[in-house]
Design a protein around this ligand. Sequence first.
Ligand code: HEC
Length: 103
Amino acid sequence: MKKLLIVPFALLFSSAALAEEPPKTDWVAKCKTCHGPELAGKAKAPAIAGEAVAKLKASLTTKIPKPMTAISKAMTPADIDAVSDAISKLPKPPAPPPAPATP
Ligand code: HEC
């Protein structure tokens, strides 16, 4: 009988905790999956660390590159502001990644 009482209480507490602190998506980590661990560029994705806020915002609002369609749709305007601000404050990568040797 005791267990039946504990379960509703556990649910109550866990949902209260969720309401206070909603799980936050780490958007910068998502950018890193394509733009490299230092946001210094990877494959077709250019370096974006230290990029101007306006350009970062545009890439998620008005000038969305095709590969970024899904992520831009998943983000709220507040997410986009926060991520653009955070990435613009990162140090610019020292040098572009080496270009592949052309035969
Ligand atoms: C699914 C992979 C992917 C993810 C995730 C991604 N990007 Fe990109 N991004 C790209 C690619 C590929 C390009 C180059 C597109 C092109 O040249 O057409 C790009 C280009 C850019 C550019 C340059 C746009 C320009 O006009 O030169 C910026 C700025 C940018 N991304 C910011 C971000 C930010 C900020 C995030 C995280 C919120 C992010 N990207 C997440 C793949 C991605």
